[in-house]
Design a protein around this ligand. Structure first.
Ligand SMILES: Nc1ncnc2c1ncn2[C@@H]1O[C@H](COP(=O)(O)OP(=O)(O)OP(=O)(O)O)[C@@H](O)[C@H]1O
Ligand SMILES: [Mg+2]
Length: 256
């Protein structure tokens, strides 16, 4: 700011304030990142312990104990997803996000994601119909995993008991098309522009006892954008929500 000295001093103070706010934002994100890291290790132990209980390797469980272990397991999964989302969300806020590229098979990644959510799917008797083409990618595996994980967990949570989830991946022209759809109530048109905002939760009631934080789809969008792609909500083919992701193959395909 140029001009009389009081204006100049105002300008300096504003500049100081701007820097201070930037610093605070960075501090907040650093804190968030450290906390999430600290939370992840004990949580991994809790999850492993629960698995041991559930598969009976430390003794058979009674029916009631099994039920409790199942609740522990799904809450552990839920917490893990929240922490992962929070971590990557804060990474983007501080603009430190970068892609960690590696080569992997899309099919085996999809299978790993499905396996991880298998119990939740089974407990609500939700079937997954998947059709995934053989594709070898060179991309950030963890980010693509989070995309699938979040879309799938949304589909599971919003589709009614006995519902169906559709998961497809194919190449089309120079793009990889990833689609996740479900047989739930879908997303009301007037909420579609906001569902990708962080912390926005729509009016659709959620099944189950643990409420989300509204961060999942914002992470999905960031992950997709980071790979040069786009994500859209489409209509017509399925009764429920239908997410379609376009990823440029020149960015994400592995070349022999
Ligand atoms: N498959 C779906 N069917 C119906 N509505 C959906 C579906 N996926 C997302 N939505 C709507 O979009 C909103 C935002 O989704 P998002 O994944 O960001 O948050 P969340 O699932 O509510 O919480 P979190 O992902 O943090 O656990 C949801 O609250 C819901 O209203
Ligand atoms: Mg979600």
């Amino acid at each position: 700011v140029a001009g009389p000295s009081d204006l100049q001093s105002l300008g300096r103070q504003l500049e100081w304030l701007r820097n201070r706010l930037l610093e605070l934002a960075q501090e907040r994100n650093r804190f968030l990142r450290h906390m999430s890291h600290e939370l992840k290790t004990p949580l991994a132990n809790i999850r492993e312990g629960t698995e041991l209980l559930m598969d009976g390797s430390v003794g058979e469980l009674s029916e009631g104990q099994q039920e409790v272990a199942a609740i522990l397991r799904s809450s552990g999964m839920r917490l893990q997803q929240d922490i992962e989302n929070l971590l990557s969300f804060s990474a983007w806020q501080s603009k430190t996000a970068s892609l960690e590229l590696s080569e992997f098979d899309l099919k085996s990644l999809v299978n790993a994601v499905l396996r991880n959510q298998q119990l939740t799917l089974a407990s609500r008797n939700v079937r997954v119909k998947h059709k995934v083409e053989d594709l070898r990618l060179r991309a950030d595996r963890e980010k693509i995993r989070m995309v699938l994980d979040n879309l799938l967990s949304n589909a599971t949570k919003f589709t009614p008991v006995n519902g169906v989830i559709y998961l497809r991946a194919r190449r089309e022209d120079a793009q990889l098309i990833l689609e996740v759809a479900d047989s739930g109530p879908g997303i009301p048109p007037d909420e579609r522009s906001r569902v990708f905002d962080a912390f926005y939760q729509g009016s659709t009631p959620q099944q189950g006892h643990v409420k989300g934080t509204g961060i999942g789809l914002s992470v999905v969008m960031e992950c997709v954008h980071a790979h040069g792609g786009i994500v859209e909500i489409v209509d017509g083919e399925f009764p429920g929500a239908h997410f379609r992701i376009h990823l440029p193959l020149e960015q994400v395909e592995a070349h022999a």
